[in-house]
Design a protein around this ligand. Structure first.
Ligand code: HPA
Length: 266
């Protein structure tokens, strides 16, 4: 990790980011508004170059309303064949760079029939349905403890701030439980029915690994899902990635406003 940190610090000088943001599918543009210093993942030692559709794959450092922010434009997904270590490595790097708050965003399918595509959902908790855990393996005691508590991964305080901000901006939002699958296939209607019975409100293929590692190493986490479609079986038509990107694109302005106002409050 030392060489990655050294490389980043060489480019950013004494910029110590306090807030980290992981930008999900279709939401990556947010960083373009503020760009000051950017570093492609492929240049950073031990980062793999990410090439998922619609993602640039770089760290963007910016001052936003006096707050020092580092944004991940593009993330590593487990379904791309990356290990859980690769998926969560950037979170550990952000922690080492000084980040205290991590906002994790994603595109997700609405499992709860009352939640609608185009709405944002603040994640209150998650269900890890990926069948593995990013903390498996040797533990780095410097980062966190072997058996970390996960009873409040998503900071209640940050959720309150997000709710206040959304209300002030007149942005419709929901709160709920996010369940993560590995993907890349979308779920079956039977799986979505099961997730609904288990208490999930939204489903996606990311966020959970990063949130587990962030909580483990003491970061305060806020999770925001952009509900892009009704999940399988809830939806009347077959799912496809373009629908996800299209809806995310429509929500982009609300999302940008919320995020930029929220940063001021943190
Ligand atoms: N399922 C899983 N991941 C997703 C979905 C979905 O319906 N929509 C966006 N990401």
């Amino acid at each position: 990790m030392e060489s990655a940190i050294d490389y980043i610090k060489e480019k950013t000088g004494n910029f110590v980011p306090e807030i980290g943001i992981i930008l999900g599918s279709g939401l990556g543009d947010f960083a373009d508004n503020y760009e000051s210093i950017s570093i492609p993942y492929k240049e950073i030692p031990d980062f793999k170059s990410s090439n998922v559709q619609g993602h640039k794959g770089r760290l963007v450092f910016a001052n936003i309303d006096g707050k020092k922010v580092v944004m991940m434009q593009g993330r590593y997904h487990f379904y791309e064949g990356h290990s859980m270590q690769t998926v969560t490595y950037p979170v550990k790097i952000l922690k080492k760079l000084g980040v205290k708050f991590l906002i994790i965003t994603n595109a997700a399918g609405a499992v709860n029939k009352n939640y609608k595509p185009g709405e944002l959902m603040f994640i209150t908790d998650h269900i890890n349905f990926m069948g593995t855990n990013p903390l498996i393996g040797e533990n780095d005691e410097e980062l966190g403890t072997r058996f970390p508590d996960m009873s409040e991964i998503y900071s209640k305080e940050l959720i309150e701030k997000a709710i206040k901000t959304a209300k002030r901006l007149n942005i419709k939002f929901q709160k709920g439980v996010y369940v993560a699958t590995t993907g890349p296939s979308y779920e079956t209607p039977a799986e979505i029915k099961m997730f609904s019975i288990l208490g999930a409100n939204a489903v996606g293929m990311s966020t959970v690994p990063e949130a587990i590692v962030a909580n483990y190493c003491g970061l305060k986490v806020l999770g925001i899902s952009c509900l892009t479609n009704y999940a399988a079986g809830v939806s009347k038509h077959p799912l496809n990635h373009s629908e996800v990107i299209e809806t995310a694109d429509k929500v982009k302005d609300n999302f940008k406003n919320l995020l930029s106002e929220l940063i001021k409050e943190i």
